[in-house]
Write a protein that binds this ligand. Structure first.
Ligand code: PNS
Length: 165
């Protein structure tokens, strides 16, 4: 049984994430999508709501479980008997941080392999941060996030719009 974990902040989940989740779910027997509980990082959505949104948008994928985790991702992978950590790569700008993380994770747990999946072209510039910024100014983000997420963004951010001065 091949098990993988796909860790991240998912604040909130985007179609870019969902694309990686769907493709990874086709490659592994079980995929754990895992939201890091990170008190050091200011998030828009509480961890429980991020997990709930992930569950909503992956409910059609039988071999996918969504949950939160604490601490080291390699320890979490070991607990779930996962041999693979999945990460999505968008542009070259992602590379350096991902290289550092994968190298550190390999030194901590050599038996856990990090596998990178290239994000599909239409989502190559989509990040949770840019979505939050656009939504906070009232821009439409329906192309990049599922409807449930778009609605929650609107509720939380209001989408005040702007005015020329
Ligand atoms: O979506 P993100 O914010 O890019 O995800 C980053 C994440 C959660 C994958 C990363 O911060 C992480 O794995 N944190 C857990 C702590 C850990 O294991 N650190 C050592 C790896 S450098």
């Amino acid at each position: 049984m091949k098990v993988a974990v796909y860790p991240g902040s998912f604040d909130p989940v985007t179609y870019g994430h969902l694309d990686i989740i769907q493709r990874a779910a086709g490659l592994f027997d079980r995929l754990y999508v895992a939201v890091l509980r990170n008190p050091a990082k200011q998030a828009l959505f509480p961890v429980e709501e991020r997990v709930e949104m992930l569950r909503l948008v992956t409910s059609h994928l039988e071999n996918v479980s969504c949950e939160s985790f604490d601490g080291l991702v390699v320890r979490y992978a070991q607990e779930r008997q996962a041999s693979v950590i999945i990460r999505g790569l968008r542009a070259v700008s992602d590379f350096e941080a991902e290289f550092k993380m994968a190298s550190m994770n390999r030194s901590l747990a050599p038996e856990v392999e990090t596998i990178f999946m290239m994000t599909n072209a239409p989502y190559s510039f989509v990040s949770s941060s840019i979505i939050k910024e656009v939504a906070s100014f009232g821009g439409s983000v329906g192309k990049w996030v599922p409807r449930e997420v778009e609605e929650r963004l609107a509720r939380r951010l209001g989408g005040g719009g702007g005015q020329a001065r």
